[in-house]
Design a protein around this ligand. Structure first.
Ligand code: BGC
Length: 740
């Protein structure tokens, strides 16, 4: 539609119609004879609000969306199409690993392809906007939503963020992509003590340096929408933070797309004690810049009154409504309200062989080999393998947020290993994911009946246990697949105990007693505490929730089809008490190494190591890769210069190896204390067997700046240390200087 026509449309719309465009409701509000969403008016909104709603949350499927589109357009006075928005967070029907695993690939190009694929599938099923990427940097794995984040680091998350947005939006012009909605603005990942919906309180320097960059990367990559956070930042709820939404996002970063609140967060402003009543909530949210109110009655019930009594100018509503109409117009919905929706396309493009192959590749790159004593892995494929454990033949490999997929489409570890090992593989469940009914009840999703399906009776459990030991006894190697329940991670999955469940550890102890080689495969949505299992196992593979093709990817690594190349996107703690634990912590006056104080009076714990069990960036491979010295082109540069350097990386093995060369730095002296190390660049290179490669970098000096507490980026002259290596701890270093 021409801009003038769109303006005419806006001018012709009534106030309730315009407000309707700012209201998003979920599927259950819309009645239809074929779609049984049911008449749920529990929000206290009128039928007119439902009829005029401008967008719909989490209804997908070509049939359902087309029908709902027809129904809503018929009801709207100007027949304005609705926009369908959904949580397509790491795949649609073909599910990729959880974002924490995607971060562990350190391969933004690959992730761009994954998101393009997810966008293609979601578009065919009628969806227009995806509520992703979620790029909240997090330092605390107690937070359940760690699962949805690419990790603990601003740069890694920023690169992933840009790749995800670009991937989603690549095929938009062909009606085969998704408008990307980055979330949750801002610093939701910084919630204190990892407790869900808690508040974040931090210096502006920390905010700008560590939390804001990934959202900015999404904005720079052209994301069409931004979702605010349910949490508060420095005392202000994300949904009403005028400074954040107006000054930072719009003015400073130039974002001109749509701002949407998170689920019911406008309504929650009263609960926060930030608004006096619903009317006040509406005022605060619209004045902060929220265009669409997701799943709350506030805009629907309050905005009209505020305009009519002169408290709010109609122009505010017009501006927000215009942004919504503009996006609908950009998508071409006025001409073709179905966008890329098609039942045929849906059948043809979902879960194709190619998409599964991509999911397998991504999953294999996300796996992190944490331990491999005496090169127990890879297996040759001739061993007798006892596959044991609650995740050995489990289809739930997609994690909590893969809400549009069917677990039945997942390839289990057993199915995949059997393809290669055939008769040489035995299987036994060994034990349940959890035997703790109270804990399972606390997850909030499982009915008592479902719990009895998760927790076997004692006789069955004993049978599984005995069978596991018998199979292990007869095998050369045990593959033990364990982990947390998929509902333990994800939204509202915060927890304080990050150990594997006792029943899983008890069985491991019994298996260890048999003296067999043990390969532990850990399925989890967060870093777990594995310090109590390292000495009972020979190899450990961190497998996240690896997605639809997870079983194949795990088998590919176990059997040496690929050499693992995943590197941790978040540190694994030695114990929960170390959290929040992250590599880029500030220098202290009494570092454990290098202080004039010895023994007690240094920055450390008296009962645990200071360092993590596995550091950020860590991961083993089958290949032997060695790093040479850093070759700096010039050791002194000016602020406008670029630091150029290279490093020789040697693969002296028979394996082809993907190696992530990680570059960190430390600003030796600054007017604000700086992190001991900060990631400033990385490259994932492919090393042929028995080859050397000179990996080169060119980093503009401004990238060695830091943010002050006014949010200004400053580059202070002086000496710096550059670190290059295979993870945040194993590095070689060199000094350089930036001069005025
Ligand atoms: C989550 C968002 C999500 C929204 C819609 C909220 O509970 O915080 O991440 O996009 O629901 O499903």
């Amino acid at each position: 539609m021409q801009q003038e026509k769109l303006q005419e449309l806006l001018a012709d719309m009534s106030l309730p119609e315009k407000i309707g465009q700012l209201v998003q409701l979920s599927g259950e509000f819309f009645q239809s004879k074929d779609i049984s969403y049911g008449p749920l008016q529990k929000l206290g909104i009128s039928q007119e609000t439902i009829d005029l709603a401008g967008s719909v949350l989490n209804v997908t499927g070509a049939h359902a969306t087309k029908q709902l589109q027809d129904q809503q357009m018929a009801k709207q006075p100007h027949h304005i199409p609705v926009m369908f928005m959904a949580d397509v967070i790491y795949g649609f029907k073909t599910v990729f690993p959880i974002p924490l695993g995607l971060g562990a690939t350190w391969n933004p190009d690959l992730i761009r392809q994954a998101f393009r694929t997810a966008g293609n599938e979601a578009a065919a099923s009628g969806n227009h906007v995806s509520f992703a990427p979620m790029v909240d940097v997090t330092h605390d794995p107690r937070w359940g939503r760690t699962l949805e984040s690419p990790g603990e680091d601003a740069l890694l998350n920023s690169r992933m963020s840009a790749a995800m947005v670009t991937g989603f939006q690549t095929d938009l012009a062909d009606k085969a992509g998704q408008v990307s909605c980055v979330k949750h603005f801002a610093a939701y990942g910084g919630v204190e003590s990892g407790r869900e919906y808690n508040s974040a309180d931090m210096s502006l320097s920390n905010l700008y340096q560590n939390y804001l960059p990934p959202y900015k990367a999404a904005v720079d990559a052209g994301c069409g929408m931004v979702m605010t956070s349910l949490s508060t930042l420095n005392g202000v709820p994300g949904t009403a933070d005028k400074w954040l939404l107006q000054d930072v996002l719009k003015k400073r970063w130039g974002f001109d797309g749509i701002l949407i609140s998170d689920y019911s967060s406008v309504y929650e402003l009263v609960k926060h004690g930030f608004a006096a009543d619903d009317r006040d909530s509406a005022m605060k949210a619209i004045n902060a810049g929220i265009d669409i109110d997701m799943k709350s009655p506030i805009y629907a019930n309050e905005l009209q009154g505020l305009v009519e009594d002169g408290s709010l100018s109609e122009d505010k509503i017009n501006q927000a409504c215009w942004r919504v109409l503009e996006l609908k117009n950009k998508l071409g919905l006025f001409e073709n309200p179905y966008f890329g929706t098609s039942e045929e396309a849906e059948k043809k493009i979902n879960l194709t062989v190619d998409k599964r192959a991509l999911a397998r590749k991504v999953a294999a790159e996300s796996l992190v080999l944490l331990q491999n004593k005496n090169d127990v892995l890879p297996l040759t494929g001739t061993e007798k393998v006892a596959l044991i454990g609650p995740y050995a033949d489990e289809k739930s490999l997609t994690g909590m947020w893969a809400v549009h997929s069917d677990p039945a489409d997942c390839v289990t570890i057993k199915e995949a290993l059997q393809e290669v090992l055939g008769e040489r593989l035995t299987y036994s469940k060994g034990t349940d994911i959890s035997r703790d009914k109270e804990k399972l009840r606390g997850l909030g999703f499982l009915t008592d009946k479902m719990i009895t399906q998760v927790v076997a009776d004692d006789v069955t459990e004993q049978k599984h246990h005995d069978e596991a030991l018998k199979n292990a006894q007869a095998a050369d190697v045990v593959v033990y697949a364990v982990g947390e329940h998929s509902f333990e991670a994800g939204e509202a999955g915060s927890k304080t105990n990050l150990h594997l469940p006792d029943n899983q550890v008890n069985l491991l102890n019994d298996l260890h007693g048999l003296g067999k080689k043990i390969v532990l495969v850990n399925i989890s949505g967060r870093p777990l505490v594995l310090s109590n299992v390292t000495d009972k196992t020979d190899a450990i593979i961190q497998a996240w929730f690896p997605g639809t093709e997870g079983g194949h990817a795990i088998a590919d690594v176990i059997l040496g089809k690929v050499s693992p190349s995943g590197r941790l996107s978040m540190a694994f703690p030695y114990t929960e008490g170390q959290e929040p634990l992250y590599y880029a912590h500030l220098s202290t006056g009494r570092p454990q190494d290098g202080s004039q104080h010895v023994g007690r009076f240094v920055s450390r714990y008296i009962d645990a190591p200071t360092a993590p069990l596995y550091a950020f960036g860590y991961g083993l491979s089958y290949a032997q890769v060695d790093y040479g010295d850093i070759q700096l082109e010039k050791g002194q540069l000016k602020a406008e210069d670029t630091l150029k350097f290279s490093i020789e990386v040697t693969n002296s093995s028979d394996w082809e190896q993907k190696e992530t060369v990680q570059v960190y730095f430390h600003d030796d002296v600054a007017s604000l204390v700086q992190p001991v190390k900060r990631l400033v660049d990385f490259k994932k290179v492919v090393l042929a067997p028995h080859s050397k490669q000179i990996v080169t970098f060119a980093i503009p000096a401004v990238h060695f700046s830091f943010y002050d507490n006014q949010g200004e980026s400053i580059l202070e002259p002086g000496t710096f240390h550059l670190f290059v290596g295979t993870n945040s701890e194993d590095v070689t270093s060199v000094e350089f200087e930036i001069r005025q």
